[in-house]
Design a protein around this ligand. Structure first.
Ligand code: FE2
Length: 402
């Protein structure tokens, strides 16, 4: 099989993404599903609980350039909550907020604040995946079942992962509706500014989980054994420590590398790490950041900054360091262009990547976004960890949480 034969999902094709583009954006590789005990196509949706999903949906449409495509709520017979389905390229976000004061989502939001509750995975065979997961000790939260409407049938199940996070498993091969049964198509009246690139991001590169001290290897094994994911990278010791704080990270990925889950745990340091802060304010393990793959990080950052999005700042010293300049070599724009926007750069044996991190998206210092533009590198910006963590520590200090 050549890369040109890579099977794209209908969702990717609808977003006009090609195999070569996905290889560059997210490091997509060829993979034989037949030999895989738990074949995963890709991330189906990132489901977030929001304190105000109505306004969050407007934020992601107006600021992050996403497109509202579907909706469920009281008007469609869903009395408990409202859910807005947004897309950007092949990325699908579902934002859910309570309507009924008695909704369990109210208590969930009180405990955790805004956050990711479900990293839903599109799979080829829900029943086979659940059987494999159960045999390897996973907790099955929802047994395989069909849901149907006039658009066809979706096969669904759900597995528990770290904290209260879940992986819904979705087989939508017999379904052509806008999301799931119960949702209706819906657009928004938002008029995009013609000078803003669209979309700002095309694919989900990775979703990071923060887990408890001493539990990283447990969750790595969980993804190895339950889902057949393989280990891509690990970062321990000096890679990932500053003067004050430390963490450890390992990355697991599915066969085709559409799904990459770095897993972080705090490590002993002189002061509290960003992972400790996350665990305190989220209340338990959870999803720390979502990395959005973009083909134009400079255009995206310009548009997002102009819309008021705040990014972690990078000191000028980062760009002026001769070691950085010799390490990164030539990238597609002059370093001054990166410096002006606070975009970080890292290079490894395969190529380079550009990345930038937002401040926390909501009120609590928990979930945030990364923008990443890959040029061959399949890494995660290891060369930037120290600069990144020192930047986060400055924010923690300002919050009184270092
Ligand atoms: Fe990341």
């Amino acid at each position: 099989m050549t890369l040109a034969d890579l099977r794209l999902t209908p969702h990717e094709r609808a977003a006009h993404l090609g195999a070569d583009q996905l290889r560059q954006l997210v490091g997509l590789v060829e993979h034989d599903d037949a030999a895989d005990p738990f074949p995963v196509v890709g991330v189906d949706a990132v489901v977030m609980v929001c304190g105000n999903a109505t306004q969050s949906a407007q934020y992601f449409v107006a600021i992050w350039g996403m497109t509202l495509v579907a909706y469920a709520g009281p008007e469609t017979g869903q009395r408990d909550h409202k859910s807005f389905v947004l897309e950007s390229g092949s990325v699908r976000f579902v934002l859910t907020g309570a309507v009924d004061p008695a909704s369990p989502l109210v208590e969930h939001h009180r405990r955790h604040g805004d956050g990711v509750v479900d990293l839903a995975l599109e799979v080829v065979d829900v029943d086979r995946c659940v059987a494999h997961a159960r045999a390897h000790g996973a907790t099955v939260l929802v047994e395989p079942h069909d849901e149907a409407d006039g658009h066809g049938v979706v096969r669904l199940a759900a597995l528990a992962t770290y904290g209260s996070t879940r992986h819904t498993l979705v087989d939508r091969s017999r379904y052509d509706g806008p999301y799931l049964p119960g949702f209706v198509p819906r657009g928004s009246g938002y008029v995009r500014r013609p000078d803003v690139p669209s979309p700002l991001f095309q694919a989900l590169d990775h979703a990071v989980g923060n887990v408890e001290t001493g539990r990283m290897d447990h969750w790595v094994r969980f993804y190895n054994e339950v889902m057949g994911f393989t280990n891509m990278a690990e970062f321990v010791g000096d890679d990932i420590a500053t003067e004050y704080s430390a963490l450890m990270s390992k990355v697991v990925a599915n066969g085709n590398h559409r799904v990459k889950f770095p897993l972080n745990e705090p490590a002993v340091g002189r002061r509290r790490s960003q992972i400790d802060e996350y665990l305190q304010f989220y209340g338990e393990p959870g999803c720390q950041h979502l990395a959005l793959a973009t083909a134009d990080i400079l255009g995206a950052v310009d548009a997002l900054r102009a819309a008021g999005v705040e990014f972690l700042d990078t000191p000028d010293a980062y760009y002026d360091d001769p070691a950085l300049r010799s390490r990164i070599g030539t990238v597609r724009v002059p370093v001054g262009e990166l410096k002006r926007r606070g975009v970080l750069v890292d290079r490894d044996e395969d190529g380079y990547l550009l990345q930038v991190f937002t401040k926390p998206l909501g009120d609590r210092p928990t979930v945030f976004f990364e923008l990443i533009e890959r040029h061959g590198s399949l890494g995660f910006g290891k060369g930037n960890f120290r600069a990144l963590f020192e930047s986060i520590e400055r924010e923690q200090e300002a919050r009184g949480n270092l």
